[in-house]
Design a protein around this ligand. Sequence first.
Ligand SMILES: C[S@@+](CC[C@H](N)C(=O)[O-])C[C@H]1O[C@@H](n2cnc3c(N)ncnc32)[C@H](O)[C@@H]1O
Length: 442
Amino acid sequence: MPFPNSPFKYNFNCDVLYKTNDEPPHTSIQFSKLENTLKWLCKFPKITSYRINTLKCNIDDIKTILQGLLTQTLGNVIVLKIHPLLSDVLILNHSYENKNINSHDKEVIIDPDCAAAVLRGAHIYAPGVMGLVSGVQLNDKISIYADLSKKCKKGFQKTYTDENKLFIGNGLVKMRRFELFGEDIKPSGIAIEVTETISGCPPIGDKILDDGLVLLQNLPSIICVKNLNPQPGETILDMCASPGNKTTHIAALMKNKGILVALDKTLVKVKRLLKNCEEFDAKVYVYQADSTKILDDNASNEIHEGPPFKSESFDRILLDAPCSALGKRPQLYNNTTEKVIKSYVPLQRKLFETAVNLLKPNGTLVFSTCTITLAENEGLIAWALKNFSCLRLVHQKFHLGSHGWQGSALNEDQRRLVQRFDCTDNVDSVGFFIAGFIKEIT
Ligand SMILES: C[S@@+](CC[C@H](N)C(=O)[O-])C[C@H]1O[C@@H](n2cnc3c(N)ncnc32)[C@H](O)[C@@H]1O
């Protein structure tokens, strides 16, 4: 099948992307804009970025190791560079697409989420495998197909003939059928080692992730923390922190000096956050908490002892809010609904209000989401500016995205201060939004 034009299973009114929850429906939405956005969501980014953990290593050493790995895997095709503006980031441009790679007779069928990870450089882990033709042996060459209908039954053993089967690359078999499928079998580990994909992204992602030296992290996420601008010795709060990709970056920029508190609502996510902080040698005070309920002016505990906290406790706060997460790329299958997409704004407003109260005068608040809807981004910022007169929207030093969308939510000047990563920017990364505020001294 040709590459898909939309990740969404259900059609929804495009207003859900292009208007705030408070506005009446637009009449003038350009449908070509929607079409471009949906196509862009399905496509893989042409850039891969790695953040180096400066608490444990230096970028030149890691560049040499990674370039060695790349050369070993692909020859000298791809050159790794230090990002011109971000001294702790290595980037790979793989702007060619491997359209002409040949397929093999044997095939493996994987689910769409696993396929999206493969297109970004991951190998295929056992849980992502849906079907594998019978008779394959270890190290057989095999072609990889994504099941975009999500109809393939686990353990399927013939050639899959569904019309929504998408060829995404080739690999080598590392697990056989009896190791993958069966009533009592809960397989783990790499099932297929990917050798080439249609995205051109080199399959080295997983090999470097284990030891807390390097993180495969999208540029907008990195820029978000750079704009928070954490300083050694400060008191900083990461309100929605798990898995900790931004927390560990904040700790590195603070050089582990000061107080960094990271919270998440869910216990399993807190455990993951703790593990990552440990792996990255990041000094972080981690707690399980609902960040809408962490403000209490009668609190008598020290900040590093965890919530609740008094008003004006923190120099800087990151609110990387729970959101509809529509910015992930590539996205090959998404069964979300209009109702779910619209459900995040009330929670984001509560979290935001708590953040404003917890911020010291002159403190910095960064709000971000990994989604593209107007309501959760420009709409939320317009609401914040209307309700918190102490807040001033500020210029972001690292501004690589495009400006905010036109529409009733923000005026021209305000739109220039927020940054949006979507199909209108020059970065070609994932969908993301960042706004930075200073709390004025009143
Ligand atoms: C976008 S993710 C955060 C990603 C993280 N900042 C990173 O870069 O690795 C949002 C997180 O918010 C958490 N969350 C949702 N509601 C919350 C609440 N009321 N209080 C605290 N955390 C919450 C979710 O469990 C989820 O882990």
